[in-house]
Design a protein around this ligand. Structure first.
Ligand code: ATP
Ligand code: MG
Length: 498
């Protein structure tokens, strides 16, 4: 069903507002007692009869905003209003469709929906009727007695939608609803949701969609709120006045997709010059993008095969990766100085070129060199250099991460840190003891003869880093260690290929 674009974009009157957050910030207390700032100064309003999308990288707080608007979390700061009244409890006008479907596996399709209606307190005599209507609405007729395990991902999400719609919500929240559904099914489900929403005399009046997917938001939303991270904030709000029904292949649609790409690229990998540091000023530690070294090397090789450069959108299309994912990989490579990102291009730097042309051993060394330019790796390395046979507890390294990057998820950052360090054979990590230490390499060492003179050739393990001072019990204790490190455990990542 087509909707008049003009009608959707009429200016908002005061009484057009449904839900609003004003000056909202959110902090979470971490297990170590520190606060993690997730959102800062969010102002956002969802009006009657509109579809709003939140678009942003993983961890920028999209789901947190959704949970605040649904009344599932009270924000640390700021206010939430529903129909201009402060919201202090669950928002009764909202119903949520989850990414993970969240169905009860032991219940049939009908029972899953009926249970949701019961828990919302609908009278018993209305439950069957409402469930049946919702089942019809999403094209599940005939599947009432089916169990979730017998359904495809797309059909499961239809049940999720029916369950959310059965309570007749004024606003439908959808948190990455189609990311576990195949592309074609996702396309048709989006169109069906818009058809359901477009019936003016019925609920839902409005939809709040959370998504990573640029074409998805360009297809569905009237307003796209682009978010950035550290802490989550609004980068830009884009009005999308494309007439409905929208065509993914039309010129104007592609222009909208391009505009959103530009905004994200400009914000996530800006062309801004490096900040100039005053003498003695330490550079701030850099957040580590969540990506694996093998994937980063894959992109370097991809660029090498294209004369060292490619446009970022094209990389996403050709490698069939989500744009946000490509941004992460590019940011990681930029951090290691392997690529530059002038405008939309990703270009190999001299170090990047040196890396792709190098042998496996040389690659490991270059990787290590680049890592040691980063504050986090440098700091851990400095601690280990002082007592190279020491083993640092993971908790100590996590403390360093928290200190340097207070708004990052320290466990995730630690995981990335370990992957990157092991890939360059800079540090080793033992999962069992939760210790970080220098990897060992085997070197020739003459076997002492009974009389103390060397005899033949033996071998022993020594730290790969040169050391001038042998560790003492005192220095070892200060870094939480008791014994020399054992043999290097196998890295989870394959070593760089030749
Ligand atoms: N209850 C909580 N306690 C501590 N940290 C939390 C909590 N909920 C969320 N976070 C953190 O807040 C940040 C934002 O989380 P959120 O789930 O809102 O992000 P998102 O944008 O939805 O990410 P994704 O796209 O990966 O779903 C993350 O770093 C997350 O680890
Ligand atoms: Mg989320």
């Amino acid at each position: 069903m087509a909707v008049d674009a003009k009608e959707m974009t009429t200016p908002v009157q005061g009484d057009q507002k449904l839900i609003e957050v004003k000056n909202v910030s959110q902090e979470f207390k971490l297990p170590n007692g520190k606060e993690l700032k997730v959102l800062e100064n969010i102002d956002l309003c969802i009006n009657k009869r509109e579809v709003v999308a939140l678009l942003g990288p993983s961890g920028c707080g999209k789901s947190t905003i959704l949970r605040i608007l649904a009344g599932l979390i009270t924000p640390s700061k700021g206010n939430v209003f529903y129909h201009d009244q402060p919201l202090h409890d669950l928002n009764t006008g909202v119903s949520i469709v989850f990414q993970s479907f969240a169905l009860f596996p032991w219940m049939t399709v009908a029972e899953n929906i009926q249970t949701a209606l019961q828990s919302r307190g609908f009278p018993a005599n209305e439950i069957d009727d409402r469930a049946q209507k919702a089942i019809q609405m999403v094209g599940l007729a005939g599947f009432e007695e089916t169990y979730p395990r017998e359904l495809s991902g797309g059909m499961k999400q239809r049940v999720g939608m029916a369950r959310a719609l059965s309570v007749d919500p004024e606003i439908l929240f959808m948190d990455e609803p189609f990311s576990h559904v195949d592309a074609l099914t996702a396309e048709s489900l989006r169109a069906e949701v818009i058809d359901i929403w477009a019936a003016h005399d019925k609920n839902p009046s409005s939809i709040l969609l959370v998504s990573h997917d640029i074409p998805e938001v360009a297809y569905m939303a009237d307003r796209i709120v682009v978010l950035g991270t550290n802490p989550g904030h609004i980068v830009k709000v884009v009005e999308n006045k494309l007439p409905r029904p929208r065509d993914y292949r039309s010129q104007d649609f592609m222009k909208m997709v391009d505009l959103l790409h530009e905004i994200i690229t400009g914000h996530e990998i800006p062309d801004a010059p490096e900040p100039v540091l005053k003498p003695n000023e330490q550079p701030a530690a850099e957040p580590l993008p969540d990506t694996l070294p093998s994937i980063m090397v894959g992109l370097l090789e991809y660029l090498d095969a294209r004369e060292g450069k490619e446009e970022i959108f094209r990389i996403a299309t050709e490698t069939e990766r989500e744009f946000g994912e490509v941004i992460k990989i590019v940011k990681a490579l930029e951090l290691l100085d392997f690529v530059d990102t002038p405008k939309r291009m990703v270009v190999l730097t001299p170090d990047g070129q040196r890396f792709v042309k190098a042998t496996s051993q040389e690659r490991q060394n270059i990787w290590k060199e680049q890592l040691l330019k980063l504050r986090l790796f440098k700091q851990v390395n400095e601690m280990l250099t002082k007592h190279p046979r020491a083993r640092l507890g993971a908790d100590l390294v996590q403390e360093i991460i928290i200190f340097n990057l207070p708004s990052e998820n320290y466990e995730k950052t630690f995981e990335i840190f370990v992957h990157w360090a092991m890939f360059g054979n800079l540090f080793a990590y033992d999962e069992d003891t939760k210790k970080i230490f220098y990897p060992r390499k085997r070197v020739y060492k003459p076997k002492p003869k009974a009389n103390g003179k060397a005899e033949g050739v033996g071998d022993a393990t020594v730290p790969t880093q040169a050391t001038e001072t042998a560790p003492t019990a005192e220095t070892l204790d200060s870094v939480n260690t008791v014994e020399p490190a054992p043999e290097t455990p196998k890295p989870e990542e394959p070593t760089p290929k030749t």
